[in-house]
Structures are given as C-alpha cells and as structure tokens.
Design a protein around this ligand. Structure first.
Ligand code: ADP
Ligand code: RBF
Ligand code: MG
Length: 152
C-alpha cells in the first residue's frame, strides 16, 4: 500500500503551499493527538491534484519544521469539503490560528484511507511521521529546509 520513497524528489515535487491558518472541526488535537494546521481550500495549489498524505517542511513564526500533510476528504470522518492540513513535528506553546504558514511539499506517502477504528488511523499517522522524518534526513530532501520561499 505504501509507495517506496524515491531517493530524490521527482515531478511534481517540490510544491509550494502558503496560506493563513484557519479553524477546522478541532478533531486533530482532541481526537487524534495530532493537531493539524488547516489552510483554506482556496489556497490549495493546482499542482496538488491528488488527494493523500504527503511530507515536507513548513514554516510558522519564521521557523522551519518537518511536517506531514493530509489533503482530501478524511474518509474516516467523511468530510464533504476538501481540506489541506499540516501536522508540524514540534511542540508549540500556543496555537497559531490566523497566522501565516508556508510549506514545501517534498513527496507522497500514501492515499487517504478509511479505518475501522480511530486507533488504526492514529497508528498510521505515527508511521507517516517516522517515514517522513527518515526521508527528510536524506540530503536530497533536507535541502528544501533552506528553500527560498522560507527566506521571503
Ligand atoms: P482545527 O480543526 O481547528 O484545525 P486541530 O485540532 O487540528 O483543530 O488543531 C489545529 C491547531 O493547533 C492549529 O491551527 C495550530 O494553531 C495548533 N497547533 C499546535 N501545535 C501544532 C502542531 N504541532 N502542528 C499543527 N498545528 C498545531
Ligand atoms: N484522515 C483519514 O480519514 N484517513 C487518512 O488516511 C488520514 N491520514 C492522515 C495522515 C496524516 C499525516 C494526518 C496529519 C492526518 C490524516 N488524516 C486522515 C486526517 C485526519 O482525519 C484529520 O487530521 C483530523 O480529522 C482533524 O482534522
Ligand atoms: Mg486541523
């Protein structure tokens, strides 16, 4: 089910995302233990035409962190509207709703899946984080932490 992560990012990556962090249903932190910073569906770049789970880097408050991203309809929750949500691998002391976020999407992890239990979804997100952090250690991916969109 999970695709092999290529040694270096290939087309269409890297893809830039930028927007203001908006409110969602509040389930990420409350139900899953993975808060996700959502951006408005209108800020979803057209190159991101495939729903699923991705990884890369995201910047908030001038600092760049590793991230995993979910794009789509969260089949486990049967959302009607498409969402783009980023879990940043960092413990923040406060929320950052209304603040700007920029990201570089470096690669694809897997399709969005439905699950029989919430625990199974949580386990898969944990695995996504581990795989993402390993991939981002490779120089071909790590270089995007210094991407020009984070300097503007
Ligand atoms: P919502 O449905 O409103 O997006 P979440 O439960 O997903 O609610 O929480 C997301 C919010 O939590 C983000 O908008 C951000 O302000 C905050 N937050 C705190 N820590 C993180 C983190 N590590 N990654 C992403 N968002 C975080
Ligand atoms: N939701 C799903 O319904 N199916 C998934 O496969 C799925 N994968 C996710 C992977 C990651 C890395 C993250 C951060 C979220 C994922 N979600 C998935 C979205 C999750 O349901 C959503 O973040 C919460 O509902 C809070 O909005
Ligand atoms: Mg969220």
């Amino acid at each position: 089910m999970r695709a092999q992560i290529p040694e270096r990012p290939g087309s269409p990556f890297p893809i830039e995302v930028a927007g203001i962090v908006t409110k969602g249903f509040g389930r990420g932190s409350r139900e899953l233990g993975f808060p996700t910073a959502n951006i408005s569906p209108t800020d979803i770049p057209s190159q991101l035409d495939r729903v699923g789970v991705y990884f890369g880097y995201a910047m908030v408050r001038q600092e760049v962190f590793s991230m995993v991203m979910s794009l789509g309809y969260n089949p486990y929750y049967k959302n009607v509207e498409k969402s783009l949500e980023i879990y940043i691998v960092h413990e923040f002391k406060s929320d950052f709703y209304g603040e700007s976020m920029r990201a570089i999407v470096c690669g694809w992890l897997r399709p969005e899946l439905d699950y029989t239990t919430r625990d199974a979804l949580i386990q898969d997100i944990r695995k996504d984080v581990t795989i993402a952090l390993t991939a981002l250690e490779q120089p071909a991916y790590a270089q995007f932490k210094e991407h020009p969109i984070f300097k503007r």
